[in-house]
Structure formats: structure tokens, C-alpha cells
Design a protein. Structure first.
Length: 189
């Protein structure tokens, strides 16, 4: 069973997290562990039609943001990695400087210290020099930075097509086979 931690922060882009959770939910060999910040819960309300209980139902386990005693807060909790989607710049800064003041920060800190996969989907624009320096610092520590930048070679027709392309990239990064979005096949002209 592949255990994957999903952290959702208060940045705009909750739909990216929901897409990832839905894709992982369909896989019988994946177990998901979800933690959401209080602002993620607020953005869920503002940005989607889903209830908190519907989102929680997409995960196998859910945790309170303040539960520093949760399983995912320990290095002895073996997992295949963590995705923070979307990642606020506050969360990025906290991880970059080891300020594990909530369960998302602590679980990310554990991934770093245990040298496990950590993927961050930053959602901010424009990016300041501080944001870029924090992301660079994390990248140098082995964190994979996967901004939700749309591709157009696959001829997207809907917002869902754009979101699915990012979800495909996240699943690829986690080593999960998928066909959520058309892949580049080379120039066929």
C-alpha cells in the first residue's frame, strides 16, 4: 500500500487538491492522509461546491491541522511522500525555515529530515524575491516544485482539462501511473 500525505493550505486553487484526491481515491493500492489548514477549509467554501465532509471522504485518513501527535508527524510513519497543493507562501516560508507550527509544516519537515518525496504546488502570482528565494532553498533541499502552469499542446477545452494536466504531473512525480491528460507525442506535422 502506497501511503501519500496531502496537505491543503489557504492559497487559492483548492480545485487542484480536489483533483489529486479524486485521482488517488480511485487507486486501490494508494492510501491517502489528508490535512487541511483553516484557510484551506475557507477556500473550499469560496472556490467549490463541495462540502468539507465530501472532501474528507476522498481521503482514507484525515487529521486536524493542530494535531502535532498525528501519525504523519513522525518519521516512523513510512510513506511514499507528501504533496502540498495548493501551497501558500506562508507555508513555503515555514517549511524553508523549519517553522513546523502546524501539522502540514511538521509533516513536510519530517519528509525533509527522512529524505522522502516532498512536492509543493505554489499558488501565488506575481512571485516576490522572497517567494523565489524560499522556493529555491526548498528545491536545493530536494523538494520538487510543481507550479500549476497550464499546457496548451494538449488542446485543453475546459478548466478541468487544465487542472487534470497538473494532476497528471503530480501523479507522475509520485510514481503513480495515470492517463489523466494527453501527453506530448512529438511533433506530428
Amino acid at each position: 500500500m502506497k501511503k501519500i500525505i496531502v496537505g491543503i493550505t489557504g492559497a487559492s486553487g483548492t480545485t487542484y487538491a480536489i483533483s489529486l484526491l479524486k485521482a488517488l481515491h480511485e487507486l486501490p493500492d494508494v492510501e491517502t492522509h489528508l490535512v487541511m489548514s483553516k484557510w484551506a477549509v475557507k477556500n473550499l467554501e469560496l472556490e467549490t461546491e463541495l462540502s468539507l465532509s465530501e472532501v474528507k471522504a476522498l481521503a482514507d485518513y484525515t487529521y486536524n491541522i493542530n494535531d502535532q501527535g498525528a501519525a504523519i508527524a513522525s518519521g516512523s510513519f513510512l510513506n511514499a511522500g507528501m504533496v502540498i497543493v495548493p501551497a501558500s507562501m506562508k507555508t513555503v516560508a515555514g517549511i524553508a525555515y523549519g517553522f513546523a507550527d502546524n501539522l502540514i509544516g511538521r509533516a513536510a519537515d519530517v519528509c525533509l529530515k527522512e529524505q522522502r518525496k516532498l512536492i509543493i504546488v505554489p499558488r501565488e502570482s506575481p512571485l516576490s524575491t522572497i517567494h523565489l528565494e524560499n522556493l529555491l532553498k526548498l528545491s536545493k533541499m530536494g523538494v520538487q516544485i510543481v507550479p500549476p502552469i497550464p499546457a496548451f499542446y494538449n488542446q485543453p477545452k475546459t478548466i478541468e482539462d487544465l487542472v487534470n494536466h497538473n494532476t497528471m504531473k503530480l501523479l507522475d512525480s509520485l510514481g503513480v501511473n495515470n492517463d489523466l491528460s494527453p501527453r506530448w507525442q512529438g511533433d506530428q506535422k
